[in-house]
Design a protein around this ligand. Structure first.
Ligand code: M6R
Length: 626
């Protein structure tokens, strides 16, 4: 939630900061604002609504010289404290007008701090928690200067003092008019990375903000303050102890964060899925069918000792975990539970040293997932992260990590992240099975080969989506859409419904097909669209037969059945009002192919309804509050 950018160097900061905000807008788009340090003046502009509103205000407003300053910060907001208005937009400026602050997170003790500042005569101009940080910083800067502190170091020291007083989650960036050529940042429980340039440096919520300028980045740890100047990067703990940040190279291409000719990022990311899956498999399967997971820093003995697995995740990532449960339990015979991360720690789960907790997160910053993993670590469980974002908090705090190589996912709706998370889960399940000695050795060996065929199968699915797009235009006026599936088709049904809810703002529900008759079947009316995810008739034939019966049940009650079934499955034909074919795929891997039509369906319905597909209302890409 909220995107943050800071720049210091020799080039005009405004355009660099605005470009960075454009790439971070997926993190929140309730308002946007910038502060540029000019000639002994702080130039700020902020506007409610999307970044375009801010850009318009900057273009149409009087020439304040804002474009010339070479030090600046910018913010794109997902509102928590205070509505999405101009006055609540960031930056927030101290009463004396010298200091500007932007913030991502929630300052939990802000009410007490605000009362304290008001008692000193400070008048607040917003309803945000952030404004306390601006006023506190100005006061601390005065104190530090009285004590002899000077220049950029004074700003960093004042920010350390403020950070020690704040509770909750925060990334703060601050500039001071009196200190051109310096941006200070503080980080606790919210993301912040440093971009290292030549004669210029950057701070941002994630690397996409500065990827077109530099590929060299530095990871910040928890409770650290960073000071960037054109010449250098200095990191300390909140107590002032110098710290070495972990440098890393960004191998994403800058163009990966552009639309590349597609109308929406989501469409581009759907199309990228075959490559994302191939990249996630790359180097992890040997010719002899072994799984090689070098980044999983758990010994084979650690993996042999595992007697229980919990998967914790949110939203789409949670759905990938639900699929993983079927595969992992089947291949490894280790009991595996999947929980929404936001519920996990509150029910006091039974965890110990032999529990493996798998935390799945595209962003690596989801606060609910982070808190679940911290709880697991406190209980001595081992934590393995599946993550797409190098340098993010969840992999850093985990005992081990398996990165998905999906490249940047910009659209709020998760697509390629889901498929690559599935692949990572399959790899972990297969690896565990191989390390521990397995019951279904032949099957596990065969799956390795089947995984390698997946990129081509996904390309085939993508090439046959025109009927789905046509169907979507037809469904755009439906009141509701239901999704049913069994076994791994059930999480796919949940994922299809989630996509439709978040993008098309339609009532959509996913059900385990067998559960319908226990209540939800009452939702079905004449013409209600029901999307049925049908497993392969090969292998688990019984599952297939059961769902064919379920399709008949909904059809008998007037449903319009939209059936997703594999090539050659003729048994479904009489009961399908619409039939979407996918390539033959073994049941456990089928979610990789059956999900794509659902992504395309929701994207097209949303765009037919005139919605902003990449930035659906009320949402943000990275959810860094609990
Ligand atoms: O970054 P994460 O994978 O941890 O995000 C988890 C969810 O917020 C995310 O998957 C969300 O449900 C998607 N926007 C759904 O499309």
């Amino acid at each position: 939630m909220c995107g943050i950018v800071g720049y210091v160097g020799n080039r005009p900061a405004l355009s660099i900061v605005l470009d960075g905000l454009r790439r971070l807008e997926y993190r929140g788009y309730d308002s946007a604002g910038v502060a540029i340090v000019g000639d002994d003046a702080l130039l700020t502009e902020k506007k409610a609504g999307k970044l375009a509103n801010l850009e318009k205000a900057l273009t149409e407003g009087p020439d304040t010289g804002i474009a010339a300053g070479t030090t600046g910060i910018g913010h794109t907001r997902w509102a928590t404290h205070g509505g999405p208005t101009d006055r609540n937009a960031h930056p927030h400026v101290s009463q004396d007008g010298r200091v500007a602050v932007i913030h991502n997170g929630i300052i939990e003790n802000f009410a007490r701090l605000r009362a304290e500042l008001e008692a000193l005569g400070i008048e607040f101009r917003s309803d945000t928690d952030t404004e306390v940080a601006a006023h506190l910083l100005a006061l601390e800067l005065d104190v530090v200067r009285t004590e002899g502190g000077q220049g950029a170091q004074a700003l960093a020291e004042a920010l350390r003092r403020v950070s020690r007083r704040l509770e909750g989650a925060f990334t703060l960036l601050a500039v001071d008019t009196a200190i051109p050529g310096a941006v200070a940042g503080a980080r606790r429980n919210s993301p912040l990375v440093v971009g290292r340039g030549v004669g210029e440096n950057y701070l941002a919520s994630d690397v996409s903000a500065f990827i077109e300028h530099t590929r060299e980045a530095v990871e910040l740890g928890q409770d650290q303050v960073v000071l960037i100047t054109p010449e250098g990067i200095e990191i300390t703990g909140f107590d002032g102890t110098p710290v070495e940040g972990r440098p890393f190279h960004i191998d994403w291409d800058a163009s990966a964060a552009e639309k590349g000719g597609y109308d929406y990022f989501m469409l581009k990311e759907i199309a990228e899925q075959p490559q994302a899956v191939a990249d996630t498999l790359l180097g992890r399967l040997t010719e002899t069918g072994e799984i090689v997971l070098d980044e999983v820093r758990l010994t084979e003995q650690d993996l042999r000792d595992v007697d229980k697995i919990f998967i914790v995740a949110c939203g789409t990532a949670y759905h990938s975990g639900l699929v993983a449960k079927y595969a992992i339990e089947h291949w490894t015979r280790i009991p595996c539970e999947v929980e929404t991360a936001s519920e996990f720690r509150y029910r006091d789960p039974v965890l110990d040293r032999s529990t493996l907790v798998i935390a799945i997160s595209q962003s690596g910053e989801t606060m609910d997932t982070l808190m679940a993993l911290r709880h697991a670590k406190e209980q001595k469980a081992r934590v393995l992260a599946i993550c797409n974002t190098n340098g993010s908090t969840i992999p850093r705090e985990s005992d081990a990590v398996l990165y998905t190589h999906g490249g940047p996912e910009v659209a709020v709706a998760s697509t390629k992240a889901f498929l690559t998370q599935l692949v990572a889960c399959y790899l972990i399940g297969l690896h565990l099975a191989q390390v521990r000695g397995i019951k279904y050795a032949d099957e596990v060996g065969a799956v390795v080969g089947q995984l390698q065929e997946m990129p081509d199968k996904l390309r085939t699915v993508l090439e046959s989506m025109e009927p789905v797009r046509k169907l979507a235009r037809d469904l755009a006026s439906a009141q509701q859409v239901l999704f049913i599936g069994r076994h791994v088709g059930y999480p796919v049904a949940l994922e299809g419904a989630l996509k439709l809810k978040e993008l098309a703002y339609m009532h959509a529900e996913g059900f385990a097909a067998g559960e319908l008759k226990h209540g939800p079947i009452a939702l079905i009316d004449q013409g209600t669209p029901v999307v049925c995810i049908v497993p392969s008739p090969a292998g688990r034939g019984v599952l297939h037969d059961k769902i064919v019966s379920n399709i008949q049940e909904v059809r008998a009650r007037g449903a319009r059945t939209i059936v997703i079934a594999e090539e050659g499955d003729e048994a479904v034909v009489p009961y399908a009002d619409e039939l979407i074919r996918v390539p033959r795929t073994p049941t456990l891997l089928a979610p990789l192919v059956t999900t794509i039509p659902l992504q395309v369906l929701s994207c097209e319905i949303a765009s037919s309804r005139g919605h902003d597909v990449d930035q659906p209302r009320n949402l943000a890409k990275s959810v860094t509050v609990e």
